[in-house]
Design a protein around this ligand. Structure first.
Ligand SMILES: Nc1ncnc2c1ncn2[C@@H]1O[C@H](COP(=O)(O)OP(=O)(O)OP(=O)(O)O)[C@@H](O)[C@H]1O
Length: 583
C-alpha cells in the first residue's frame, strides 16, 4: 500500500522530472497567469463604469471601458491558447523523456527482474502511469499557480477599495482550508487505496485476458477466477468507501466556495447603511464574490487529483530505484570460444538459498549438460551466467574474469540463449531471425535458417520470410518457434550458448530437426544445456547432476552410469519410462 511519505517523495521526484524543461514550463505558467488576470479585467471595467454612472469618479468613458473589457477577453483566450500549447508540448516531451529513461533503466537492471515481475504491471507503469503525468504538467501546475496568484493579485486590489469587505472574501478560503485540514487529519486519504487497487485491477484484467484459453479450459469465469473477482470487488468497495468519506467534505467545500455572496451581502449592507462603504463598491464586491473564487476551486480539488497521479509516480520511482546491474570495464578477447567457471557459487532469491556453494569448470568448446529433478536449480545455475541475477556468494568467471567486471554489453555480445519459452516479435519471420545480428544480410538469415532446419518450412509459407507471425499473423508450433530461436542464435554466433531444452516438443520429427539444428549451433561453442530428455545428452563432455540446489556429481555418461550414483538411477528410470512409451 502506498503511503503519504511515498507521495511526498513522489512529488519531489516529479518536480525533478521537469527540471530540464522548467524554463518552458515557467513561460507557459506566465501566460496562464496573464490569462487568469485578464478574466478579471472586464469586472474592473464594470466597476469603473459603475463609478462613472454613480458619479463617484472612475476613469475613461463607458465606451473605452467596454473596449478594454473586450480586448481583455480576447487576450485571455490568446494567452490561454499559447499557454495550453506550450504546456502540452512540454508535457509530452517530459512523458517521452520519462519513458526513455524508464526503458534505459530497465535495460540496465538484472534480467531476472523481468521473470520475477508481471509484464502487465510494467506495461501499466510505462503506459498509464506515465500518461497521467500529462495531467500534472499540462493542466495541474498552471492551474495551481493561477489558483494562487490570481486571487492574491485581485485581493490586493480589493484591499485598496475596502479592507473589511476584502477580509470577508477571505472567509470562504479559510473555511475550505480548515475543512481540508480536518479531513486530512481525521481520515486517511482513501484515494491512495483506491488508485492502488485501480492499478492492481488493470494488471489482473490483463493477466485474465492473456490467460483466457487456460481459464476457459478450467471453466474459470470472471466470477469464479478468485483473484479477478476479489480485485474487482475490492475496487468496488474502495470506491464506495472513498465516496462515503470524500463526498460530504467535497460538497461542503463546493458550497462554501460558491457562497461568497452569502458573506458579502450582509456585511456590505451593514457598511453601506453605516456610511462606510459606497454603493458602487458594494455592488462591485457583490459581483466579485461570485467570480473571485472560481479559479480557487482548482486548488481545492488539487489534493484529490494529485493523489491519482502520485500513486503512479511512486510506481515509476520504484522502477527507477531498482539498482542497475553493476557494469564493469573489462572486455573478453574476441575468440571463438571461452572457458566458463563457477567458483564456490551460492545463490538466494530474496532470503531463500536455492544453490549451495558449488564449483564447476566448463572448458573451452565443451558441452555441459545440467540435469536433475524439477526445482533442483538447473535453470537458476544457467541463468546466473548471463546475469539474470548476480551470485550471492562466490563468482562466475569467463576466461578467468569475474563476469561482474565485464562490460554488460560485452557479456551479452558473447552469449546466446535459447529458452523453452521462445520469444517472438509480432513481425516477419525474417525480422525474428535477423534480430540475432545487427546489420546482417538476407543471405546470412537464410543460411542460419537452413542450419536450424526451419528454412524449408518458411519457404512453404505463401510469403516466405516476409510472413508475419504472432497475434496478427501465422501461428507457429512450439518446435517451429524453437527452431526460429535456434536460427537466431546461429546467426548471432556467440562463443557461449545457454540452451534450455524444450520438454514439450518431443515428436520424433521435431526432435530430429532440433538435434540437427543444434549440431550447427553447438559447433566450437562453450555450451550449457539444461536437459530433460537424457538421451539427447549422452554424448555431452560432462553431465552435472543437481539435486536440491547441490551439485551432486559430474562426469561423462559412461562414468556416471558406471559409478551407480544419482545419475545412474535417473538414467535407469528414464530408460524404463522410454520403454513403456514405446511398448
Ligand atoms: N524468480 C524466482 N523467484 C523465486 N524463486 C524462484 C524463482 N525461480 C525459481 N525459483 C525457485 O528456485 C528453485 C530452483 O528453480 P529452478 O527453476 O532453477 O529449477 P530447475 O531445476 O530449473 O527446475 P525445472 O526443471 O522445473 O525448470 C525452485 O525452488 C524454484 O521454486
Amino acid at each position: 500500500m502506498k503511503t503519504k511519505n511515498n507521495n511526498k517523495a513522489g512529488v519531489r521526484y516529479l518536480l525533478g522530472l521537469a527540471n530540464s524543461k522548467k524554463l518552458i514550463l515557467a513561460v507557459a505558467i506566465g501566460f496562464s497567469v496573464l490569462s487568469g488576470l485578464c478574466t478579471f479585467v472586464p469586472f474592473l471595467m464594470i466597476f469603473r463604469t459603475i463609478l462613472l454612472l454613480f458619479g463617484e469618479g472612475g476613469a475613461g468613458s463607458a465606451m473605452q471601458n467596454g473596449i478594454i473589457a473586450i480586448v481583455a477577453i480576447v487576450l485571455r483566450f490568446v494567452f490561454q491558447a499559447i499557454s495550453a500549447a506550450m504546456t502540452h508540448v512540454n508535457a509530452y516531451n517530459i512523458l517521452y523523456h520519462v519513458r526513455r529513461e524508464l526503458c534505459r533503466h530497465l535495460g540496465k537492471v538484472n534480467l531476472g527482474f523481468f521473470t520475477g515481475n508481471s509484464t502487465g504491471e510494467i506495461k501499466k507503469i510505462m503506459m498509464e502511469d506515465v500518461e497521467r503525468l500529462e495531467m500534472f504538467f499540462a493542466h495541474q501546475i498552471p492551474d495551481i499557480v493561477v489558483a494562487i496568484v490570481v486571487p492574491v493579485a485581485v485581493l490586493v486590489y480589493l484591499f485598496t477599495i475596502n479592507v473589511w469587505m476584502s477580509l470577508i472574501l477571505l472567509l470562504p478560503i479559510v473555511l475550505t482550508t480548515l475543512t481540508q485540514v480536518i479531513m486530512l487529519v481525521t481520515s486517511k486519504n482513501p484515494m491512495d487505496e483506491f488508485y492502488w487497487l485501480a492499478g492492481k485491477q488493470s494488471a489482473v484484467i490483463l493477466q485474465y485476458i492473456n490467460g483466457m484459453p487456460v481459464m476457459k479450459t478450467y471453466n474459470l469465469t470472471a466470477d469464479s477466477y478468485r483473484e479477478y473477482a476479489d480485485t474487482i470487488s475490492s475496487y468496488n468497495n474502495a470506491w464506495w468507501r472513498a465516496a462515503k468519506i470524500l463526498s460530504p467534505p467535497s460538497a461542503i467545500i463546493t458550497v462554501i466556495i460558491e457562497s461568497g455572496l452569502f458573506f458579502v451581502l450582509p456585511l456590505g449592507g451593514y457598511l453601506y447603511l453605516t456610511g462606510s462603504l459606497a454603493l458602487s463598491s458594494y455592488i462591485f464586491f457583490a459581483i466579485m464574490s461570485i467570480v473571485f473564487l472560481s479559479s480557487y476551486i482548482n486548488l481545492a480539488n488539487f489534493a484529490q487529483i494529485f493523489s491519482q497521479i502520485s500513486s503512479g509516480i511512486v510506481r515509476i520511482k520504484e522502477i527507477m530505484d531498482i539498482p542497475a546491474m553493476g557494469n564493469g570495464n573489462k572486455t573478453l578477447l574476441p575468440t571463438e570460444s571461452h572457458s566458463l567457471t563457477y567458483e564456490n557459487v551460492s545463490f538466494a532469491y530474496d532470503q531463500q538459498e536455492v544453490l549451495h556453494n558449488f564449483s564447476l569448470d566448463l572448458p573451452i568448446d565443451s558441452l555441459t549438460a545440467f540435469v536433475g529433478p524439477s526445482g533442483a536449480g538447473k535453470s537458476t545455475a544457467a541463468q546466473l551466467v548471463p546475469r539474470f541475477w548476480d551470485v550471492s556468494k562466490g563468482a562466475i568467471r569467463i576466461d578467468g574474469i569475474d563476469i561482474r567486471e565485464l562490460e554488460a554489453d560485452n557479456l551479452m555480445d558473447n552469449m546466446s540463449f535459447v529458452f523453452q519459452e521462445a520469444f517472438m516479435l509480432n513481425d516477419t519471420l525474417y525480422e525474428n531471425i535477423a534480430m540475432g545480428k545487427h546489420g546482417c544480410t538476407r543471405q546470412e538469415v537464410e543460411v542460419a535458417a537452413k542450419s536450424a532446419q526451419i528454412h524449408d518450412f518458411i519457404m512453404s509459407l505463401p510469403k516466405g520470410y516476409d510472413t508475419v507471425i504472432g497475434s496478427e499473423g501465422v501461428k507457429l508450433s512450439g518446435g517451429e518457434r524453437q527452431r526460429v530461436c535456434i536460427a537466431r542464435a546461429i546467426l548471432k554466433d556467440a562463443p557461449i550458448l545457454i540452451f534450455d531444452e524444450a520438454t514439450s516438443f518431443t515428436d520424433i520429427e521435431n526432435e530430429r530437426k532440433i538435434q540437427l539444428a543444434l549440431e550447427s549451433l553447438l559447433e566450437s561453442k562453450t555450451t550449457v544445456m539444461i536437459a530433460h530428455r537424457l538421451h539427447t545428452i549422452v554424448g555431452a563432455d560432462q553431465i552435472c547432476v543437481f539435486q536440491s540446489g547441490n551439485l551432486m556429481e559430474c562426469g561423462t555418461h559412461h562414468d556416471l552410469v558406471a559409478s551407480g550414483g544419482a545419475y545412474a538411477s535417473m538414467w535407469q528410470t528414464y530408460c524404463e519410462a522410454m520403454r513403456e512409451v514405446a511398448s
